[in-house]
Design a protein. Structure first.
Length: 237
């Protein structure tokens, strides 16, 4: 599988200690971006989580100025089901305030936010950004978006599963065929390849994948693979 589509497996963290910021740093190195941020809100437990690779000075400023209440990279993505490129937000409320301040701290203004919808109404956001021209960013974004989608779901589910209540609730029931097909997709096989391997038509493969996506509450096969990995249903490819 292309390195840009790799999934960084949080379960491999030594001694079971989940270093979420360390995971984000690895993701930045792998994808060639400068910074990454994860944020989630869980209506079931009432908890919020946030992790970022941004410098401490910016984090302190961001919190003290309550920029999260104005940040369109978060607010717009919370209302979206698709990735939100920050260039689309230039004329939205709050953009000038947040990005004027971030510019003063020398932070990138080219980025994307990937929303993740959970099984019980929780919402997660994974942001990645880099300092480069709009043209270069457009090319990099196209190259890494698949991996961002995959890792966003895996990171979100790992964070959610760190809560005892959510571990108890999150048990979607996939058929053995759905699990088998997702495992082959995770290994980099196409739907046509999978059909030949398990002796069914590509159309039937898609039927099983659609069912798996619905059960896992995901909008794409890449996200379904990421969630299946994080829930221990399949192994990383």
């Amino acid at each position: 599988m292309n390195k840009r589509m790799d999934l960084i497996d949080l379960a491999s963290t030594p001694d079971g200690q989940l270093d979420f910021v360390g995971h984000l740093n690895k993701l930045c190195d792998r994808l060639g971006v400068e910074h990454a941020t994860y944020f989630s809100a869980n209506p079931v437990t009432g908890k919020m989580h946030g992790f970022t690779t941004y410098p401490e000075e910016w984090k302190s400023h961001y919190v003290s100025e309550r920029l999260q209440a104005h940040d369109p990279t978060l607010l717009a993505a919370l209302r979206s089901v698709a990735p939100v490129d920050w260039r689309r937000l230039e004329h939205t409320e709050g953009y000038d305030r947040v990005f004027r301040d971030s510019h003063d701290f020398g932070l990138p203004d080219q980025g994307v936010t990937v929303p993740i919808r959970g099984l019980f109404g929780e919402v997660g956001l994974l942001c990645a950004c880099a300092s480069m021209s709009p043209r270069d960013w457009s090319g990099l974004r196209r190259e890494i978006i698949g991996s961002l989608l995959n890792n966003a779901v895996h990171l979100h589910d790992t964070v959610m599963n760190s809560e005892p209540l959510m571990r108890t609730l999150r048990h979607p029931r996939l058929s053995s065929r759905e699990i088998e097909i997702l495992q082959w997709i995770a290994a980099g096989k196409s739907q046509m390849d999978v059909g030949a391997i398990v002796a069914i038509s590509p159309r039937t493969v898609e039927v099983h994948l659609r069912s798996a996506r619905e059960k896992l509450c995901t909008i794409s096969t890449a996200q379904a693979v990421g969630r299946a990995v994080s829930l221990g249903l399949i192994q990383p490819g």
